[in-house]
Design a protein around this ligand. Structure first.
Ligand SMILES: [Zn+2]
Length: 264
């Protein structure tokens, strides 16, 4: 069984929780509250992202962070008169993204310290495709990789990509992303993004391989970047019209194959 959970790279969730956090922070005043306080006072489940909700609140409210030993206290200071530009990356968000990824380009692995490259904070799913300026959708890329990514993405129209990313079936998302540039190699990283938009996939490569059950042919090629990193590309070499129930059909084929493999 595949574990699927929602993520908020696209769209916003957790409005109720945001309001509850706001109410709590207003109530405690300048004392502030830690994420642990918020979790226990609001009885928030482990699967809910309090840190993410706090970052979202930053757009419309001033919430200061106060460090005390190992704890960070969130202190409510009021409503922002001007909403932060939702597409601008704040200094603290930038620092958080760089820190989380070890100050390295997420495509080639080079870093400013060792390789003298410049890192940009890149939207994994571009804003034009509906990607949000949130921690989960940001990563550092060096100038060269950023350019390379832009060149690939230029070949895809925003309308087309918005439609693909909004498609519910992960199989259909992958098939249509490959079909957007038939016969041309598509980087694995790009397909991974497409697979994980909306629902987080445990094994997106398996979903890709399963497309052959319905007649798609996909070839795999690997090559080394000048920096010695191995990258994988996928090329669509045979396309069929997708059935309206692609994922369901693939599941059925898989079940019947499994039944044949297992002696009753
Ligand atoms: Zn790079």
């Amino acid at each position: 069984m595949t574990r699927q959970r929602t993520n908020s790279v696209i769209g916003s969730r957790g409005k109720q929780l945001k309001n509850a956090i706001l109410g709590l922070l207003k109530g405690v005043g300048n004392r502030g509250a830690t994420i642990h306080d918020i979790r226990s006072r609001l009885r928030v489940g482990a699967q809910q992202h309090v840190d993410r909700r706090l970052r979202e609140l930053d757009a419309s409210h001033t919430i200061e962070r106060r460090r005390e030993g190992r704890n960070t206290f969130y202190v409510y200071k009021g409503v922002r008169r001007k909403r932060l530009n939702s597409s601008a990356i704040s200094k603290s968000l930038r620092a958080e993204v760089l820190h989380a990824h070890g100050r390295q380009c997420q495509m080639c692995g080079r870093s400013p310290a060792k390789d003298k490259v410049r890192l940009h904070i890149d939207h994994r799913i571009p804003r034009a495709w509906g990607g949000k300026t949130v921690f989960e959708n940001l990563e550092p890329l060096c100038s060269a990789c950023n350019e390379g990514k832009k060149n690939l993405f230029k070949t895809l129209t925003s309308k087309q990509m918005r439609e693909i990313l909004a498609t519910k079936s992960v199989h259909e998302r992958l098939a249509r992303a490959l079909h957007a540039t038939p016969g041309k190699p598509v980087p694995a990283r790009f397909l991974m993004l497409v697979a994980n938009s909306g629902t987080v996939q445990d094994d997106w490569q398996k979903r890709l391989r399963e497309l052959r059950y319905i007649g798609l042919k996909i070839t795999v090629s690997r090559h080394k970047t000048p920096e010695g990193h191995v990258t994988t590309d996928y090329t669509l070499t045979n396309w069929v019209r997708l059935p309206s129930d692609t994922s369901e059909r693939i599941r059925r084929i898989e079940r019947s194959r499994a039944a044949r493999r297992t002696p009753q």
